[in-house]
Design a protein around this ligand. Structure first.
Ligand SMILES: [Zn+2]
Length: 82
């Protein structure tokens, strides 16, 4: 019935907050992204860290999806509607 439900199925993008030139943090899921100089080549690589998990472009990873907990979000509109 509800067509609006499909909108919540979109892949979630990180909300990056810049910490410094080489590090940023997602305000939604807390993932850290570090930009680092490549040890052998004149290029940069990126490492993402979330808890004990990590990804990096050296091994061909792409930016992992945002894993913020939308399910835990409280319906705050209910009280305001009273
Ligand atoms: Zn995120």
């Amino acid at each position: 019935m509800s067509q609006t439900e499909q909108e919540t199925a979109k892949p979630k993008r990180h909300r990056w907050d810049k910490i410094n030139d080489y590090r940023k943090r997602c305000g939604d899921c807390g993932m850290l992204a570090d930009r680092r100089p490549h040890p052998y080549r004149r290029q940069w690589w990126t490492e993402w860290t979330l808890g004990e998990k990590s990804w990096n472009t050296l091994q061909g990873d792409k930016t992992p999806p945002c894993q913020s907990k939308d399910e835990d979000r409280q319906p705050q509109d209910e009280a305001a509607a009273q």
